[in-house]
Design a protein around this ligand. Sequence first.
Ligand code: BGC
Length: 907
Amino acid sequence: MNRLLFFIFSFQLFITQIYTEQCELTLNDETQLTFNTFLQAKKFCSSISLPTKNTRRIILTGRLVDYTTRCKRSITDANIEIIHIQSDLRSVCHELHHPDSRGSYTLSTFVTIPSTERLFLRITSPGYETVLKEIIIPSSEKRQKNIILKWQIALTPSQEQIETYQQQQGRMDSTIDDLMSKMTLEEKIGQLNLVTVGFDVTGPIVSENVDENIRLGRIGGVFNTFTPKAVRPLQELAMNHTRLRIPLIFGYDVIHGHRTIFPISLGMSTTWDMASIETSARIAAQEATADGLNWVFSPMVDIARDARWGRISEGAGEDPWLGSQIAAAMIRGYQGSDLTQSNTAMACVKHFALYGGAEAGRDYNTVDMSRITMYQYFLAPYRAAIDAGAGSVMTSFNEVDSVPASANRWLLQDLLREQWKFNGFVVTDYTSINEMVDHGIGDLQEVSARALDAGVDMDMVGEGFLKTLNKSFSEGKIKEQIINQACRRILEAKYKLGLFDDPYRYCDDSRPDTDIFTNENRLAARDFARRSFVLLKTDRKTLPLARSNLNIALIGPLADDHRNLIGSWSAAGDWRQSVSVREGINKLVGSQTQILYAKGSNLVEDEYMLKQLNAHGGEIELDPRTPEQMIAEAVEISTRSDVIVAVIGESQGMTGEAASRVDIGLPECQKLLLKALFDTGKPVVIVLMNGRPMTLKWEQEHAAAILETWFAGTEAGNAIAEVLFGLYNPAGKLTTTFPQHVGQIPLYYNHKNTGRPFNASQFTDKYKSRYLDIPNEPLYPFGYGLSYTTFNFSSINVDKTELRGDSDRLTVRVLIRNTGAYSGEEVIQLYISDPAASVTRAVRELKNFKKIYLRSQQSEEISFVITTEDLKFYNTNLDYIWEEGDFIIHVGPDSVNTQSIRVKWLK
Ligand code: BGC
């Protein structure tokens, strides 16, 4: 029996390896864990018995954290051991594990029930007290084959560690006290001024006399300048020509990669893969800091429910829970565990707050929402970023409760600093102090004083602080203590970045060659890209395409394009280095397959749109041929092919900042092309590139398959080829709802029920919340995404249906089976509804998910542990509480196709 089991495991491992080599699919952690833990246990613990009927697998999972620095800090350097001790107190074995780069651990061991041994968890980490905890299996769990215990473990620093913290804090305080005691008021105000100069223009005006102002000590930081070569002379001006030699901080919009460009942020979010998201930020920080920078204006964590808003492309979608996980992962990635390292950068969470709520999806427009909606649906990701230790926050352009964010004391003081305990610094967005004059709350002197008083520490570009604070001070309108406080926060940031020790630590001329645009970074970019793709439609026979003996018509204005692939906000990325779809396909299958290419149409022909796009680097050249001639060529090659791959969508400039649209469909000229392609009767695979949810109802009806690829970055073409030809099975899931029609917007999955909910089966009912012309449903819901394979979800199994109190736990189990012919990943999503509460609740809310990899015909039981934390919401007093009653738990592959079960949870 033992030999048989071992043979099965070895065989599975063997298959996995073959598959991995052939298809470059990597096993995900969970799957790997099963084998590795088993093999490891076998190797080190000879007395451990192989699984039998009474064997239970105990899976311990959670994070190691340190709360002493106020912000939760992950502990990554630790030994985690499971110790089995026989009843005669003889230790039978140790199994050693380590947390990952996020402090997360998952480890498992086998025990026999009833057990003759006791299990302990021991954690040792340098600088912390050792933790020894007995692992007691709850009796309700004993019958389960897999017993999951979720433990977040807080380690207590040793006395020595506490002293080190205190010393560090003390050293910082005394350095800054000493420095500030020498600073004049003008020099202090100078620190609050951030200017733009250099390679990029990201706003309506640019700073002037920068060199001169640095020399005069009137500048605290610079952005849009990078490369050690360009940064060093500016830093030298500050270090060699100012009285107090205070170093400058150097920032930039590093949003989805720095030089190696990853998918746009919306695309990264559709990976539902926190490890990839964190790694993408890590690589971006590595490249940015090698390029002279130490401060990144990211993550952008604004929740957005309106696809017309161009900046929906920059965020993580519509869900506050998922957005929070992503925000924290990005902060960990950028800042690492030590900001003084020369390869970590300070993050800047933006745009605080509610920027995504712009009315009518028009950028910079007014935002108006109730406090409870803010707390319940919009604020969580900012908070998560702050809890993860974000060093800075950027204000938003919009107003919050009728006061612009940059002068909103409630927002920046009461909420951010008092409730959330933020201790970094606040910078405005680009000229947003000056823009408060247009908002209508005062002249420049007035709005600058209000911004400082509200809690802004640094003024981006507008120079309102520089020009008016001194005057306001002498007129008694602001106190010196507030200027001191803002100045101190900027100096602290510089201190934390290690700039007082070495102002040139990010100006190492040798690093660009070794750290930037490396092969590894490009491979990572390719992997993130293919993980971000969402298969919106498949007829299950056209894709994946055969790698040989196939005639392909590759058509579309984006099929051979480079300019648009890196998307908007692509930092220092060079689009010329990106791989087009045509190049990617040719490289992969060009020798075995016939690929005929035609552009088919222009990207856009509408003159109003074209002029605007080209005025800001769109570089869209109109083809000299008529639309009819281009379409005729595309149709001609299609008739000679087996399948059409149409690469179409938006140009990169059609989303991003100041890029709102009212029509979120494909541009008309591309629709004409598509119609002609559909008319050929050949199967059409649409490869979409875009930065927002689009209206695709007609396309959905006629295409054989639709692959959403966003703007996938430097490696877009290679990644798209790998997915089209089945080297990677797409597994992305939407993080924004795709409407059927633009008139449905705002449309989001976590909406309220209303008092007259519409029931589609009684669609002639008049007095219901609905439209007369189309159903309420979206085209593709939140969480949606298909695969080349199929997954079957068993019905939900819960360990109890009645629970009581805060310490109770609900375990939800579902068996997932890969019922198709391909290996693939599935995202198992858990939603909770609270059908009766003191305030109205969303119809359902995402509370957890797991992404698993299953080979064809393989099954895996997935469990989620629900605690009362998952039931909490804000009541009318804005207390974060849970109320007893019924709850409905939903599990499924998206937010609509779920299985549900009702439980009762009492106080
Ligand atoms: C944007 C910010 C950006 C800043 C600096 C502003 O226009 O709203 O997201 O960080 O410019 O480039």
